[in-house]
Design a protein around this ligand. Structure first.
Ligand SMILES: NC(=O)C1=CN([C@@H]2O[C@H](COP(=O)(O)OP(=O)(O)OC[C@H]3O[C@@H](n4cnc5c(N)ncnc54)[C@H](OP(=O)(O)O)[C@@H]3O)[C@@H](O)[C@H]2O)C=CC1
Ligand SMILES: Nc1nc(O)c(N)c(N[C@@H]2O[C@H](COP(=O)(O)O)[C@@H](O)[C@H]2O)n1
Length: 319
């Protein structure tokens, strides 16, 4: 397939020999209106601000999807969708957020690293700037795992722990429910040994699924409570990466309050179909005033950017 990248738009070398990634300044500038303030800058000159800086962090919902709205081939199957350029973009986004959140389903399925592999801006890059040294970006995001019943068996072998030990990432914060009993001591020691911790979130709610026989009851946090907890931990921005259950619940109308939870949406669309059986981004449908099916959510202020063979869609939530 022909690359959609214009020959006049230098894409740089996305993956360098030491595994560090470069994201060209020209591409980064196009994302700027959709990002939280730069973490190192005390007085940012950006066009988008947190709509309520006191109660919640700036929230970016970002993920990679196939043409049939799949995040992965099947639950538990780690699936590469992003090409090299959009992978570099995701790691650039990680450098721009104080935290990165995934559900426990993703932690179990993927054993993700959740660090930022972008080359430090002080290093020399393919664009020819920098000090000649090749170093990892200093702004690492805090990994947050949404794990209400503390079922993630985190250990020294977990990638996020290994990266934190190597000082290539931060120790994870694991958000559990207050109602959960004590977490096994060995797991707590592993997490705290790399600067992470278990954080109790208030407000676990039993959420019925289905009606009548076979109906189940699952425990779930209201997103407003999760975001408040993130803010209370001193984290001003968070990128929510997935997986399906996290994204679908975040986009569901049930979660929408007076204040929109999500400030920015950045989606990588890969030119592939994954087929039936994948983990889908497909939030619950709404019902209109006329009682007819209605879309739960769409985007406004949309922009598109081709990156290699992928396309990156940015926008804001319109309810
Ligand atoms: N392409 C991409 O960009 C990405 C792809 N993925 C893929 O997604 C798949 C995983 O998705 P999925 O299986 O849906 O798992 P998730 O990562 O969405 O985790 C789901 C679990 O997180 C917990 N959770 C979610 N929402 C809440 C809430 N509001 N309150 C409390 N707990 C909550 C629940 O845990 P519990 O069950 O314990 O109650 C739930 O079962 C993997 O295959 C992964 O590869 C993941 C991220 C990005
Ligand atoms: N942006 C993006 N593109 C893909 O193709 C993906 N599969 C994902 N998945 C997300 O990234 C996590 C893995 O990343 P690292 O191990 O930290 O490199 C994975 O768990 C998903 O959250 N994302």
């Amino acid at each position: 397939m022909t690359s959609a990248v214009s020959p006049t738009e230098p894409q740089g070398t996305p993956s360098l020999s030491d595994g560090l990634l470069h994201f060209p300044t020209s591409s980064a500038l196009k994302l700027e209106p959709h990002l939280p303030p730069p973490r190192s800058s005390p007085s940012p000159t950006i066009t988008m601000t947190n709509s309520n800086p006191n109660q919640k962090p700036f929230v970016t919902l970002t993920f990679a999807t196939s043409l049939d709205s799949s995040l992965s081939l099947a639950p538990g199957v780690r699936t590469t969708l992003s090409g090299p350029q959009s992978k570099a973009m995701t790691h650039f986004l990680r450098s721009r957020h104080a935290a990165i959140l995934v559900g426990v389903g993703t932690a179990v399925a993927d054993d993700p690293g959740l660090n930022c592999k972008i080359l430090s801006p002080l290093s020399s890059s393919p664009e020819g700037v920098g000090n000649g040294k090749r170093e990892q970006h200093p702004n690492q995001p805090r990994p947050i795992i949404l794990d209400p019943s503390a079922r993630w068996e985190v250990s020294e072998k977990s990638k996020v722990v290994q990266l934190a030990r190597l000082k290539q990432g931060l120790g994870p914060f694991i958000f559990t429910a207050k109602e959960v009993g004590e977490v096994p001591e060995e797991r707590r020691a592993v997490v705290e040994g790399v600067g992470g911790k278990y954080v109790r979130v208030e407000g676990l709610k039993l959420k019925g699924e289905g009606k009548g026989e076979g109906a189940t009851s699952r425990e779930s946090f209201a997103w407003a409570d999760v975001l408040r907890t993130i803010k209370e931990e001193g984290l001003d921005s968070v990128m929510i990466e997935g997986g399906g259950s996290v994204i679908n619940s975040l986009l569901s109308l049930e979660q929408a309050g007076e204040q929109e939870l999500v400030d920015s949406v950045i989606v990588t669309i890969a030119p592939t179909w994954l087929g039936a059986g994948g983990v889908l981004v497909c939030p619950p449908r709404a019902v209109g005033r006329d009682r007819q099916p209605a879309p739960p959510v769409r985007l406004r202020d949309v922009s598109w950017q081709p990156l290699g063979e992928d396309v990156v869609l940015c926008g804001k939530i319109l309810r």
